[in-house]
Design a protein around this ligand. Structure first.
Ligand code: CUA
Length: 163
């Protein structure tokens, strides 16, 4: 069988493509193993008994959506996401408030993103997503869904006022 001739430019581009893919796989491996970044799923997942398997929030009966004061200037926001709204979607907090967000979805995968903060996560049905943030700067914060969830995705948003 005659060896197939491959042009040297084509060979070079094959090499670049393979190197690029290998680079992407290494980046994924590094974020998972080196930086310990995972989907919110396995960490905040609820077992079949409804118990939360997480080490920072004590197990408790599920709370209704709302804003709960849990300590001095420390709040827990329990929030549900569904097409195409968050509950609650209007929140008022004092400046410097530390907020633990506890989110879940009632239907499909949504996102929860507050621009200008480090809050940026997925909200997955059947799982509980937890994230925290300290609102040091007063002002108006808009949060919105950044996972495409259907025809009204672009109107799925809410507002946090920090006084
Ligand atoms: Cu909910 Cu996009």
């Amino acid at each position: 069988m005659k060896a197939v001739h491959v042009d040297r430019y084509e060979k070079a581009w094959i090499g670049i493509s393979v190197a690029f893919l290998a680079g992407l796989v290494l980046v994924i491996a590094y974020t998972v193993v080196g930086m310990n970044i995972h989907l919110p799923g396995s960490h905040g997942a609820e077992g079949p008994d409804g118990a939360a398997h997480h080490d920072t929030v004590p197990d408790a009966a599920p709370e209704a959506p709302g804003v709960y004061e849990v300590g001095p200037n420390h709040y827990r926001v329990v929030m549900t996401a569904q097409v195409f709204a968050f509950d609650p979607n209007e929140i008022r907090l004092p400046r410097g408030a530390r907020v633990d967000f506890v989110l879940t979805s009632k239907d499909v995968i949504h996102g929860f993103f507050i621009p200008g903060t480090t809050v940026n996560t997925m909200v997955i049905p059947g799982q509980v997503t937890r994230t925290s943030y300290v609102f040091k700067r007063p002002g108006s914060y808009t949060f919105f869904c950044h996972e495409y969830c259907g025809i009204g995705h672009q109107v799925m948003a809410g507002h946090i006022q920090v006084d």
